[in-house]
Design a binder for this molecule. Structure first.
Ligand code: BES
Ligand code: ZN
Ligand code: ZN
Length: 487
């Protein structure tokens, strides 16, 4: 197994090669130990327009990366994250075990973006490899040697740990990541970061009459779990909590509407939303964001065994609503609906659901964006959109007109679990919204959260989409509430 890379803050250390230096102009900093002809080589490459130059020198390699000043800030940062993953291939060839990242006349955030891209690119899910399990040349120590506010460095370090932990949970094979192991993993995450976790077992779920979660679980051998994570710091700036809800389907076979062909291949990642809200809570709690936040994750697998629900069945949900099942593969909305109505008891400031909910969202945006929709006020949407840009987990809004509710009408129950063939991401969102009596935003991460191959620093299967965005969202809400409380 490869060693997990360590990010080390060493602002005062004398920088020495091997190093990566982020620069803003064509000028090379004089603290790098280079011979004249080496300087000429690098300068020429930069003048010619290369974004980065990699050069092996006597004391160790030098990699120069130029910030793309002509782009908006969030794109500059994304370009640096991607450069890190590209440069990693060259860095590996040198077989070194540590690297120093520094900068010359650039912002701290530029240096941090590169460091983030590098750490996130270094993630490996290799615990089940018994042969060739160690990859040569992956740096183990990443020293950040630049004048960076310590709190920004700490945020990045915890953020990368949160993403790693989230990826680990998602990538685990389904026979290992059962509902029970997933719940235990969430509890473990809490004890390592400072949020509390309560796990409701099947009897308590039954006592709460969560017909959606129980219904989806009917075809399984493993019982369901309902996880409640709470972070309530003494200095919280809000009294109504932010409630995050993540879909925790540890394997989606489709149920009796069994997924055909290769459609089931990636469905161990159908708990990516649940893992990501827990990852975000980890970051929020460890970074001590002064915000009262709760996360709920209903957990089960969706299988066609035993007494599995069938099309035509009618379930009675936690809030008493009856749902006609049209398709057992539309299971995410059933378990989330119970969590949403449960969330309302906390009188939330806002509810945000994160779910690999529909193929429709994937078909619409591919892996480039998550679909967002809901009933919350404009300022919440804008905050989420700008957080999405900042961390480059972009979100794109879908309309949420009341006419879309039409498709969910059932002849024999209050509502059915399937809209028409069209606009599937929206009708799924409408289904969820009908259970929310608080401001609500739904994020359908089906595209970006399940990757068939690596995309720069976003590693395949579960890249951990949503962790960084939701934590940034929580941090923004905390700041905004401080302002509100002042005025
Ligand atoms: N987990 C899937 C959503 C999904 C599908 C994510 C493909 C990524 C790729 C969800 O439970 C599902 O099966 N949705 C169905 C709903 C349909 C039956 C209304 C879908 O979108 O095809
Ligand atoms: Zn499904
Ligand atoms: Zn699903």
């Amino acid at each position: 197994m490869n060693v997990k890379p360590e990010l080390i803050y060493s602002p005062k250390a004398k920088v020495s090669q091997p190093l990566v230096c982020i620069i803003a102009s064509d000028d090379l900093p004089d603290f790098i130990d280079l011979l004249d002809y080496e300087k000429v080589f690098i300068s020429e490459r930069l003048k010619r327009g290369d974004e980065s130059v990699f050069l092996n020198t006597k004391p160790g390699y030098v990699a120069i990366v130029r910030v793309k000043n002509d782009l908006p800030l969030f794109r500059q940062h994304e370009s640096l994250r991607k450069s890190a993953s590209v440069l990693l291939e060259r860095i590996k060839e040198t077989l070194g075990t540590s690297v120093t990242i520094t900068g010359n006349d650039v912002t701290a955030s530029a240096v941090l973006a590169f460091a983030e891209g590098l750490i996130l690119s270094l993630y490996r899910f290799d615990k089940y490899k018994t042969k060739e399990s160690v990859e040569k040349g992956l740096p183990e120590k990443i020293l950040v040697s630049y004048n960076i506010p310590e709190s920004d460095f700490n945020w990045l370090k915890i953020s990368c740990e949160a993403v790693y932990a989230t990826r680990d949970m998602i990538n685990e094979p389904p026979q290992k990541m059962t509902a029970q192991t997933f719940a235990a993993a969430l509890r473990h995450l809490g004890s390592g970061s400072g949020f509390s976790t309560e796990i409701l077992d099947k009897s308590r779920i039954a006592a709460l009459r969560m017909g959606g979660l129980l219904g989806v679980n009917q075809g399984s051998i493993d019982p369901p779990e309902f996880c409640i994570m709470e972070y309530k710091p003494e200095n919280a700036v809000n009294s109504k909590p932010l409630v995050l809800i993540g879909k925790g389907v540890v394997l989606d076979t489709g149920g009796l509407n069994l997924k055909p062909g290769d459609y089931m291949e990636q469905m161990k990642t159908d708990m990516a939303g649940g893992a990501a809200v827990a990852g975000a809570m980890y970051l929020i709690a460890r970074a001590r964001v002064p915000l009262y936040a709760i996360a709920l994750v209903p957990v089960t697998d969706n299988r066609p065994g035993q007494n599995a629900i069938a099309p035509g069945d009618i379930l009675t949900m936690h809030n008493g609503t009856t749902v006609e099942i049209m398709n057992t593969d539309a299971e995410g909305r059933l378990i989330l609906a119970d969590a949403i109505s449960y969330a309302c008891r906390f009188d939330p400031m806002i509810i945000v659901t994160l779910a690999t909910l529909t193929g429709s969202a994937f078909m619409t945006f591919g892996t480039l964006a998550s679909a967002i929709m809901g009933t919350a006020g404009e300022e919440y949407f804008q905050t989420l959109e700008s957080c999405g840009e900042e961390v480059f987990e972009r979100v794109a809004r879908l309309p949420f007109w009341e006419e879309y509710e039409e498709a969910l009408k059932s002849d024999i129950a209050d509502i059915k679990n399937l809209g028409g063939k069209e606009s599937g991401a929206i009708s799924a969102g409408k289904f969820l919204a009908s259970f929310a009596s608080a401001p609500f935003i739904h994020v359908d991460i089906a595209g970006p959260a399940m990757l068939k191959k690596n995309d720069y620093y976003r590693t395949k299967d579960g890249p951990g989409t949503g962790v960084r965005m939701l934590a940034a969202f929580a941090r923004s809400l905390a700041t905004a509430n401080v302002e509100k409380n002042k005025s």
